[in-house]
Design a protein around this ligand. Sequence first.
Ligand code: J2J
Length: 541
Amino acid sequence: TPGESAAAPTWPAEFAARYRAAGWWRGETFGAMLRDRAAAHPKRIALTAGDRHLTYAALDEAADRMAAGLLALGIAPGDRVVVQLPNVPEFFEVIFALFRIGALPVFALPAHREAEISYFCSFTEAVAYVIPATWEGYDHRALATRVLAAAPTLRHVLVAGEPGGHTALGAVPRDPVATPPGPNPEDLAFLQLSGGSTGVPKLIPRTHDDYLYSLRGSNEICGVSADTVYLCALPAAHNFPLSSPGTLGTLYAGGRVVLSPRPDPDTAFPLIARERVTLTALVPPLALAWAEAAAGTPHDLGTLRVLQVGGAKLSREAATRLLPAFGATLQQVFGMAEGLVNYTRLDDPEELIVSTQGRPLSPDDELRIVDEEGRPVPPGAPGHLLTRGPYTIRGYWRAPEHNARAFTPDGFYRTGDLVRLTPTGHLVVTGRAKDQINRGGEKVAAEEIENHLLAHPAVHDAEVVAQPDPYLGERICAYLIARQGAELPGRAAVRAWLRARGLAEYKLPDLVRAVTAFPTTGVGKVSKRHLREPAPPGAGS
Ligand code: J2J
């Protein structure tokens, strides 16, 4: 829909023309892609979830019926729909239905709570919110009732399962109706969430053309074909298992997606054995837990050909431990929902696989590694990574002020990652310049947590930083200064208080330390670098 593309900067015409001429953008849409696959091999299994197997024809038909139902409810092209579904078939039925209509899924994670969901619904002016009835012991219907009160545009809550007071997905009308013509390939397909480094997460507008190219490119690099059986163990909505090549890449290739409700080895290993899984994606802490569990497992993991690890830095030591644990090739993946994805290649020498985070997917991915002043660093020196290319956004959705900082005037995205380039063209992630904590692959914006902490009556000032953690890589540490005469809450009380404000569990501080002042830089600004240095033993809680 033309109106919505104006909500974010897009590629200048000469770039779009180049990407089309190069064959990256092929004028496909998600709706047509699924239709083609269903026509080509209707009886092949597209999705497996527990004992349910959906063929391509069944998924295609379910998406059509769902689209008809959503249209009947009044969901129109360009409308935003917040989708908070775990790894269940309805996730794919709903998003393909929305793709067919040209309505935009807004991808929320199952862990998100009232603070995040209310923000997504109100900021995107969402008309509908799609949830499971309950997940991991949590009642999403009660959450939805509270969100309805906070988001004036929200007209429908659609529930996969028992609806409570809302509408069951299974009860939306399923009769075929006249469908609108559907979106164009250059239109937005969905809004993805940024890891974020600001008070509220930014929304990432991805088009059919650009995302489908990233799937095709990923498939080629990862050897994904109709024979691939991909296990989705991470939350399906996350960009890594969605697209690198993930579930959507596997469907693009006509392969089979197996949904794991949880990522732990006890859940995943029996699925790998039973479904003969060939490919899966993990974050580093999970990969290490899997390697440990693989040693004594009775389950046959021998079908696994490629184990992808990404989302957070995998140390050389950890990578070396993973190599012999599975019969699979290890692949490092350094990607971002904004676009750029780097892969070690399956035939890279072992040394590159354990020591680098891969090289760009596309020959048209442009990288710049620059110093604080924006000048290119000497070859091989560490610096800030900037990038531009055929599947990297040119701006966030409805965020002109932030875009002016997050993108260069000539359209390079400032990733906030510090990297160096090897002579082979691979990237090594050396650190991070953005104010974010990467908690085992889960991204937490320090400012978002600080803002919540500052609302506490006993808190005068708050700083949130990452601290090294042997298992997670990083954990969240909150430093608090008390108000005059007030007593600061301890760790448990801080966590309970943030939870009550509706913050997702993974964002709650792992450590809380009371201090009387923050270290400052020469110019009197708070020095987060000094706060990150491990505190002396015995300081704080
Ligand atoms: C170090 N840092 C990494 C890695 C991501 C594929 C894979 C991952 C993501 C993802 C993704 C890293 N080593 N291997 O979208 O398609 C950190 C960087 C990066 C940020 C992006 C995909 N892999 N990171 O993790 O949008 O800091 O995407 O900028 O969640 O994660 O986070 P996100």
